[in-house]
Design a protein around this ligand. Structure first.
Ligand SMILES: [Zn+2]
Length: 200
């Protein structure tokens, strides 16, 4: 594994990304090509991927705020093929089962906005100590924002891939990007992320 970098892939699941998904994020389908390029690049370069995935039960409290989505085991809950590498390790909401060796892809399940609600995420970051996190996925103004702010709070430098994120509202996305700027987060395009390593 190329342990210096960690790709952090937030909630790239059919219910969020597909235009007919249960909680479709506007314009998220336009991210698919960038998502595929980032995944291919990580696989080729041996960059580990930490993916978060909603895995809701039928009566989750979040459904008071949003329509039901990403029900555990449903088709909509699945991650896009373009975001998967071979044989990902899935860590359930309990956080149990994080491997001792860093897998090419670890998928942490969650039932709230923040990936840090799965205790395996802090254990993962402590164990594998990435030098920088490269964050992409959905939604900019909810789960991506919470992931970025959580990483910054843990003193991990963050790059956000601006053409591989999409938000629920334009206003919320703008506020998130402003917050990222104040927090010293680096903004980069997919081209830049891929080219950086290619020339390094
Ligand atoms: Zn959810």
């Amino acid at each position: 594994m190329n342990a210096a970098l960690l790709f952090v892939d937030i909630d790239t699941q059919h219910d969020f990304i597909d235009s007919d998904g249960k909680l479709s994020v506007p314009c998220a389908e336009s991210l698919v090509d960038s998502l595929r390029r980032l995944t291919d690049f990580a696989e080729r370069e041996g960059i580990p991927i930490l993916s978060s995935a909603d895995a809701h039960g039928p009566d989750d409290p979040e459904f008071a705020q949003f329509p039901p989505h990403c029900l555990a085991g449903s088709k909509g809950q699945r991650k896009l093929a373009e975001t998967l590498v071979e044989a990902p390790v899935i860590v359930p909401v309990s956080g149990d089962g994080l491997p001792a060796e860093q897998p090419p892809q670890t998928i942490v399940e969650k039932v709230t906005f923040s990936m840090f609600s799965n205790p395996a995420v802090d254990a993962y970051l402590d164990r594998f100590a990435p030098a920088r996190a490269v964050v992409y996925g959905v939604a900019t103004d909810y789960c991506v924002r919470q992931a970025v702010e959580g990483l910054v709070a843990r003193a991990i430098p963050v790059t956000v891939v601006v053409d591989a994120i999409a938000g629920v509202t334009a206003e919320g996305s703008r506020a998130a990007l402003e917050a990222f700027g104040r927090a010293g987060v680096t903004l980069a395009t997919t081209d830049e992320v891929v080219a950086d390593r290619a020339s390094a």
